[in-house]
Each structure stands twice: as C-alpha cells, then as structure tokens.
Design a protein. Structure first.
Length: 388
C-alpha cells in the first residue's frame, strides 16, 4: 500500500494538480497497488477523483494539523494532537503504519506560514521509527522557516529516506541540516506530467490569474491599468479562477469597474475539465505559482508578482531561475512602458529536461518497489495531460 500526503481537498487548482499528477503516475505504474491519499477534505477529493480505481481518501494527518491550529510548538512536539483524536485517529495511525511507503507530495504547505502542518512531519517521523516504512517527500517548498522552528524541523526531516525540494533556498536548508546524502533539488511535481499543448493558432490574449493577498486594492488597481496598457488585451481578456473563493474577490471587482464587455471568466470546473487553453501568443499575468508554471509550459510569456512576501517571491523566483521566461515585478511601482512583445525561452523549450530530472528522482525513491524495472518517460502516455 502506498500512502500519499497532499494538500488536496480545497479545490485550489495547484494543489489538486499536484495530487492528480501523482495519482495518474502511480495508478499507471502500479495498477494493482492500493493507494490511500491523506487530504484536507477527503469527501471533496473523493468526488474530484471519482473515476480512479484503487484510490481511497482519508484525513488522519490533516486532522493532526487541524488540531494544532492556534497551539504552540510544544503541543506539536509532544504529539499532543494524538490524544485529541480519539479512536478514529488511532485507527488511522495503524493504517499508516501498515504502508509500504509514505510519500509527502509537493506543494508549499510545509513551512512556517502554516506551522501547524509541522504536526504532519512530527507524527510521520515518529511512526517511521515504529513501523519502518519508506518515508520520502518530493517537490516540497520548505521556505520560509521561522528561526525558532529551524532546528526542530531539521530533526524531523533527518528521519526521512529522501527529501526532494523545488527551490534553491529549501535545498540549502537541507544541506544546512546535514542531509546532503538524502536530498535533491529538482522542480515542482507538476513537471512529472506531460507538457500540455499550446493553442498557437489564435491571436494572443491577456490571461490573468490573481488573488487578493495582503492588499486586494493594489491588485485591483494594477489589473485595471494592465488591461489598459497591455496590447494583447485588445484581442480579449481571460481570468483563470484557480481558487473559487479568493480569486473571485479580485475578478468580480475588476469586471464591475472595467468597461470591457469581452472579459471571460473560467472557473475551477472548466479549468479542471478542459485544462488551460493558453496560446504561446498570450501574455500572462499571475500572482499564482501554478498558473505561472503551466502558462510557461505552454509557451506563454508574462509577468508575475508576489502577493505575500517571503512566501510567494520564493515560489515565483524558483520558476524564473529555472527559465520560465517571466519577469517578476512589484505591482506598486511597475512601469507600464514595458516591452510586451519581447521574446524569451519558456518551460515549453526545456520542460522535458526538468521532467527527466524528476523521473530520475522518482526512480530512486520508488526503487524498492520496482527492483526489476526503470521508470521512464513512457510511464504516462501523452493522453494523460493537465486536465481530467
């Protein structure tokens, strides 16, 4: 049995896409293996992934996280959340101990911004000592880490069999903890999916994926100016709703203020079913990490901005340093005399290299299950794309 841990269940497109990437991959590679997925809202996840066989959903570890909200770090270190879980929680722990491997899949949920999630690695480190299952993580973003937690978190990760991270700062943190022999710096887990196809046959539009962050008034003001100045907006404007609640705070305000009548809003279900309908001719503005990533995979260029520092600037900069072709800006002082048509390479040009790097890591961490076979690029065929 494989036990996956992910931040699925809130219908945030990036988190669901990471979960989908691994569920697709593992069900193709190990079609007879039972897979349990520990998600924030297992009922929601069960509906989203209803067409998959041999997949079951639970929330044992996320219950530990929820029970740690507004508690101090000592509550987590003492594993006090175990006492608050009752019989159901204890049964969930027994299930985890029966796994062949526990795999914490990528995302930016394991850092001090969400310190209560440290309960997850605290309990996994403890269970591994008891049960001896393989324990690893891939595509993790560990920054920022509060100095008060830094040493403690390092001790938890020392128990892992392997830790793969998606940004340089997280990797340097692993090296600082002395984990060089069990650490890798690759890329986001979504690179494990085949590259989505770009719609190259139409004129470029302005594509926007934005959330309110710490200053929704700044975001709205910036987007209204962007619509006015970006030449691609003349061919149409699309908003991508990667999170139905927070993104609509921005979308509804911009649509109501703007005089444009041709704005298209694509909701989560549309994106989940049909994928990103992006052309390499489009210009994309994104505050969201996975909109930035997928748009670049499809050959589009654009701008990104961090709505929360230091959380989002680490994420966007990691993609830029990999060669996304985007520029990171400050929305408060951006000069709209920008070269909107400048050419730059994107992930579409070299995503296969990143995917090969990720596949090599997967081959390493799942080697105990595939002793006689090598995971290669044919594990997922091209029919398995970034839409359901």
């Amino acid at each position: 049995m494989i036990y996956l841990v992910c931040h699925s269940g809130y219908l945030n497109f990036g988190d669901e896409l990471i979960a989908k990437t691994w569920i697709n991959f593992l069900t193709n590679k190990f079609p007879l293996e039972e897979i349990w997925v520990d998600t924030c809202n297992p009922g929601v996840s069960a509906v989203v992934f209803k067409d998959y066989k041999n997949i079951r959903f639970t929330d044992t570890l996320w219950t530990a996280s929820r029970n740690s909200i507004d508690r101090d770090i000592d509550y987590i270190l003492d594993l006090a959340f175990q006492k608050d879980g009752g019989v159901a929680f204890a049964n969930g722990l027994e299930l985890i101990k029966s796994a062949r491997c526990v795999h914490m899949i990528g995302g930016g949920y394991m850092n001090s911004e969400f310190y209560f999630n440290y309960a997850i690695i605290a309990i996994l480190a403890n269970l591994k000592k008891e049960a001896g299952f393989e324990l690893f993580g891939t595509g993790l973003g560990l920054e920022p880490i509060d100095q008060a937690y830094e040493r403690i978190i390092g001790e938890f990760f020392k128990v892992f069999s392997w830790i793969d991270v998606r940004d340089e700062k997280s990797y340097q943190r692993l090296l600082h903890w002395g984990l060089k022999n069990k650490a890798s710096f690759s890329c986001d887990d979504v690179f494990l999916s085949p590259i989505p196809q770009s719609n190259v046959g139409r004129p470029g539009k302005l594509i926007i994926s934005a959330q309110p962050g710490n200053n929704p008034f700044l975001v709205v003001s910036f987007l209204l100016k962007l619509i006015e100045h970006c030449p691609q907006a003349q061919n149409g404007i699309e908003f991508l709703t990667l999170d139905a609640i927070s993104d609509h705070i921005i979308i509804d305000k911009v649509v109501s203020i703007s005089r444009r009548t041709d704005i298209i809003v694509r909701d989560f279900n549309d994106l989940w079913k049909n994928g990103f309908q992006i052309s390499s001719n489009d210009f994309v503005f994104s505050t969201r990490f996975h909109a930035h990533l997928v748009a670049s995979m499809m050959g589009a260029r654009g701008l990104c901005a961090a709505v929360s520092v230091p959380y989002y600037d680490v994420k966007h900069l990691s993609l830029i340093e990999m060669g996304s072709g985007f520029d990171i800006i400050g929305m408060h002082d951006f000069s709209f005399s920008y070269d909107w048509n400048k050419k730059a390479k994107t992930f579409h040009d070299h995503a296969q290299t990143s995917r090969k790097t990720k596949l090599d890591i997967v081959n390493k961490v799942y080697g105990f299950m595939i002793e006689s076979s090598i995971i290669n690029d044919n594990t997922m065929d091209n029919s398995t794309n970034l839409s359901v």
